[in-house]
Design a protein. Structure first.
Length: 114
């Protein structure tokens, strides 16, 4: 289990360096954009790893009222909140180098990740 942002960043860097998946340059840049925003503003994720596709995923398994996942793609972020019996999924367009979408920021900073 990850306990700091440095551990999360190290694990992400390992995934990229080992080419576990063929992450696109845009996915890596979007990951860096996400990290630039999240580090110091949010609690570190409990886990990071590969997403379903060639994506990078951060999991806050202890978030209340329900666990959260952010899956980082080359052109968007997907936000998941896992409730008992249902999953809320939101999709946020994002090109590398742009500010994070305000609705995603609101979900992350007004919720259990601060």
């Amino acid at each position: 289990m990850i306990t700091s942002w440095q551990e999360a960043i190290s694990e992400i860097e390992r995934l990229i360096a080992e080419k576990v998946r063929d992450f696109s340059a845009e996915t890596i840049k979007n990951t860096k954009d996400f990290l630039a925003f999240a580090c110091g503003r949010l609690l570190p994720p409990n886990e990071v790893g590969e997403g379903y596709w060639a994506t990078i995923s951060a999991h806050w398994t202890e978030a209340k009222p329900a666990p959260i996942e952010v899956e980082i793609h080359d052109d968007h972020y997907e936000f998941y909140r896992f409730f008992d019996g249902r999953t809320d999924i939101k999709h946020f367009e994002h090109l590398p180098g742009q500010p994070l979408p305000e609705p995603l920021i609101a979900l992350l900073t007004e919720g259990p990740l601060r």
